[in-house]
Design a protein around this ligand. Sequence first.
Ligand SMILES: [Zn+2]
Ligand SMILES: [Zn+2]
Length: 257
Amino acid sequence: MHLHYLPVDLHTHTLASDHAYSTVFENIMAAKNKGLQMIAITDHGPKMADAPHYFHYYNQKAIPNIVNDLIVLRGIEANFLRHGETDCSPALYNTLDIVIGACHPHVLEGTSFEENTDIIIKIIQDHKVDILTHLGDPLFPKDHEAIISEAVKHNVAIEINSSSGVTSRLGSTDNCIKIAKLCKKYNALVSVNSDAHFCTNVGAFDHAFSILESAQIEICDVLNSSPLKVLNFLKERGHNISSVLFEYADNLPKIRY
Ligand SMILES: [Zn+2]
Ligand SMILES: [Zn+2]
């Protein structure tokens, strides 16, 4: 049976990024209503023009890891910078549950195909990001095959972004299909996410599902197919995930794909 459902969304924005429009709690309730078991809050890093002060990222520990029976991961979508730097410091990486990241316009400008490729490969090697988000953005051309093969070596996941080519980064879809096919070829870990900038889009994965289908990737093989799989991945990546959370995730109803 082909079940078109994933219980986890690891890429959502709140009004802490001024160009997104819902609160953390609205995202949580929207996720609950869709039957999700886990979301990550991943607002844009401090180098984006409308990002919050860095206190915002550190103090996410104020948000409980379980709210209304939903697992809530505290995260960031870091901005990739020149020379393989990001705007998420190692100290911040260690306080957060999850760090996703990408090249974003107005933060990184005027970089070449070679520079974009080198930046991302250095970030993978330097352990600065857990999931590479919206890699298919045509604004930042890059060597997808070199990046994906390096990501596999370093246990970094590749996102198939359900907003790319639909509401954001128009013209991404052909790249996303190529990326998904490379993920299949290299057996890369794939993460499907909404990149919601409004709560009703939390858990909306339809566009990404059609891309997975083009690459013959099974939904059950995706990182977000179980909260436990996500927690194990984040622990392997060096995040400090509490045993309480593992226990909680282990007791959730399992999804049968
Ligand atoms: Zn982004
Ligand atoms: Zn985003």
